[in-house]
Design a protein around this ligand. Sequence first.
Ligand code: GLC
Length: 562
Amino acid sequence: MSKKTNTEWWKKSVVYQVYPKSFQDSNGDGYGDLNGIRQRLPYLKELGIDVIWLNPIYASPQVDNGYDISDYRMIEPTFGTMEDFDALLAEAHAMGLKIILDLVVNHTSDQHKWFLEAKKSKDNPYHDYYIWKDEVPNNWGSSFGGSTWEYVPEVGQYYLHLFAKEQPDLNWDNPKVRQEVYDILRFWLDKGIDGFRMDVITLISKDPAYPDGPVIQNKAYGSYYAGCATGPHVHEYLQEMNREVLSKYDIMTVGEAPHTSADQAMDYTGADRGELNMVFHFDHMHLDYDENGKYARNRVKLTDLKKVFTEWDEKMRACGGWNSLYWSNHDQARAVTRFGDESPEYRVISAKMLGTALHMLQGTPYIYEGEEIGMTNAFFDKIEDYRDVEALDIFKDFTGRKGFSAKDTLELLRLKSRDNSRTPMQWSTEKNAGFTDGEPWIAVNENYKTINAEAAVKDPESVFFYYKKLVQLRHEMPVITDGVYKLLDADNEKVYTYLRKSEDETLLVICNFTKETIDYPVGDFVNADQGTLLISNYDDAPQQYADAIELKPYGAYVYEIK
Ligand code: GLC
């Protein structure tokens, strides 16, 4: 069992996110599984990461790919058995790798036994585990289409579901629900897991007034955030969870925090708050939204991105909290497609640049599976290729109510659908990219013949080896964990430049976010000509720089200033 004190090992760690359904299939059924992940541990060890975050692995009808859990103490059968999980955990630990799990407790599946009981009658002891209303109280729309309120004739009431109707929201105001959740936490922590990523944890406490929400992004319904994000008791509940369970283990916690500002995040992560270690915020994910929200053609403006990273750095430092750093995950497009340049000419170089810009910041970096080999969006061209409940809803809503053409909607899905990051991990040039011998549950990206892990680990110039070096530098150089961040050249729309400064070390990070070659007057911002090159994505980068440096397309340069 883990130690009691939190040794804050997560501050020096790099987390690798595994989407189990798409990582490695070991039995030919077309779904990734736990034994497949176990087979690939040596690959992750080679990359050098410290922690593996597994998306939900519990029994689930898979309406939302495992975020609809029907049994929190059972492994999803397509992923394997509890013995497989125990073997995976033991082997990972033996190799010095930690594992954190996804905790999904804002809602359950409608097939969870609590809900099956709850909907039988108002007197059922489980009825109050969920949120019921006699009338629809407001205009809220669920994340995956339709109202958040679903009628159950047996009880003559509506239950709340912020996500799909198969994902009813738990009633956290019921102390029994909270105790059930804490028992689930203990069950997994006592197995020796190393922490949790907590799904939409900022939404667990609802405003009892259930106020109408503003209708934004041309949606059909009002936004539920007004009555759910950082609700009246969320801090009280997280503090209780921490006091009763989390504080007793040497673990890490990262809360997914939709609709949470940096100011609000200080209350979730501040050193004296006794809540979470860090949160995933969405501020940089929202920068390319348009009037229709996420499904937009916009590209992120670099000055906006710098503002977000800088604000979060400042606020987390001020409260003694900690940042989580990510470009992508299972809900987002692929990093190189969205923030870099996926053209054959610049894919590798821009993927390395993005890695540099993020991994040199203060916080815990998260690598999403395939990012370390520069995997790109899927580029599905027909709606039948999509599997995600969100994509299918968007297609219906945009081509129906919003009047978009199918062609335009497909283009938006190709840019932003969550399925872009859910296509199988590309291991090799073999059939189905080496992911499965069977029929994959979602199509493999056609570019696997050129973009795959086997090729990457053979090529010292690959994104893989560059990421490996970034991880290694973090382990070796305390300034990457501790150094104070300072933004330079804030208004530059093409280049992101910052310092990381500790007492005896300073790093200068310069990243060209464009495909232009830029003559960069670095001497205008830092008065130091003793910089020695630490890492760059160009072999011929100057080992020392003078007053100016020529930045190659998507060039990334980190200098150590003595
Ligand atoms: C989170 C998950 C996402 C899921 C949703 C509902 O945002 O990351 O995949 O659909 O919560 O659980």
